[in-house]
Design a protein around this ligand. Structure first.
Ligand code: NAD
Length: 285
């Protein structure tokens, strides 16, 4: 069994991104800029935004956070995004989810300019991913693909079982695997007999938000297990969706939580923001 070390790879990618940012600044004078929109006071969202800001600082990016009260109107959020769309110092716009219930998340995500959509949530980029075209890809599943590539794991022809079908994790994960010529199954809360599907898989990628959802009797010998879940256990520890201690010995590769997919997400956000800055620099020539 080998552990897929997302922390080490994320550091390597961050290093490359900060070198790329330096080069961009030297050749064009442009510093990559990220705007984050944070609505309300959810402690987890605040913590994620704090981590993203620190990562931007480490990479030498400009970053700004627009903090808005929980009861802000949808129109005010849209106005701020439109301002960021026009702001030449901003290359990437990130809407921290979830948004409050009175706000139409789909509508908000559609306002972000597709070339500043560093989270890859705009339907334009979703469509490009679905058709195998270049665009912005959601950071978490993109990070998973980078992690697999780092360890020379080729999913071509492999049976991949994606557990979780959200727009942020499961669906783009499945699209990336399909684009890499894997045979892909997507399971979700209404899937009958989850174990039947996971047991047949060469690669299990789980992002459901359910502690210990994947147990050792659901995993075949030498499977590759990618745990995308991040959950707070009753004792306060951060854990994934896989019963790690029982499952790990059966696997050929497995990601730990923390230190697996989590750090890759932030590294890919930086990478996507640099890519956006490079596109904008090219457009300005
Ligand atoms: P979500 O609630 O939007 O979606 C969860 C998905 O899992 C749904 O498709 C649901 O049908 C499925 N699901 C739920 N219970 C299930 C069950 N018992 N059996 C099978 N499928 C089940 O959540 P999300 O935003 O996609 O996040 C999923 C998990 O990934 C969470 O733990 C979240 O914290 C984590 N996450 C991690 C990162 C990262 O950086 N590693 C990024 C985003 C989300």
């Amino acid at each position: 069994m080998q552990i897929l070390d997302g922390k080490a790879l994320a550091q390597k990618i961050e290093q490359k991104v900060s070198e790329g940012a330096k080069e961009l600044k030297t050749s064009t004078g442009r510093v990559p800029g990220l705007a984050v929109i944070l609505v309300g006071h959810d402690p987890a969202s605040q913590a994620y935004v704090g981590m993203k800001k620190k990562a931007c600082d480490r990479a030498g990016f400009y970053s700004v956070t627009h903090e808005m009260p929980e009861d802000i109107s949808q129109e005010a959020i849209i106005k701020t995004i439109e301002m960021m769309n026009l702001n030449p110092n901003i290359d990437g716009i990130l809407i921290q989810l979830p948004l409050p219930k009175h706000v139409d998340t789909t509508k908000i995500l559609e306002v972000v300019a597709p070339t500043k959509d560093v989270d890859g949530f705009h339907p334009y980029n979703v469509g490009r991913l679905a058709t195998g075209l270049d665009g912005f890809v959601p950071c978490t599943p993109l990070g998973v693909m980078e992690l697999l590539a780092e360890y020379n794991i080729d999913v071509k022809g492999k049976n991949c079982c994606v557990v979780g079908a959200s727009n942020i994790v499961g669906k783009p994960m499945a699209a990336l695997l399909l684009n890499a010529n894997a045979t892909v199954e997507i399971c979700h809360i209404f899937t009958d007999d989850l174990k039947k599907h996971t047991l047949a898989a060469d690669v299990i990628l789980v992002g459901a938000g359910v502690i210990n959802l994947i147990k050792d009797d659901m995993v075949k010998e030498d499977a590759i297990v990618i745990d995308i879940g991040i959950n707070r256990a009753p004792d306060g520890r951060l854990v994934g969706d896989v019963d790690y201690d029982a499952v790990a010995p059966k696997t050929s590769y497995i990601t730990p939580v923390p230190g697996g997919v989590g750090p890759m997400t932030i590294a890919m956000l930086l990478s996507n923001t640099l890519k956006a800055a490079q596109i904008h620099a090219e457009e300005a020539r």
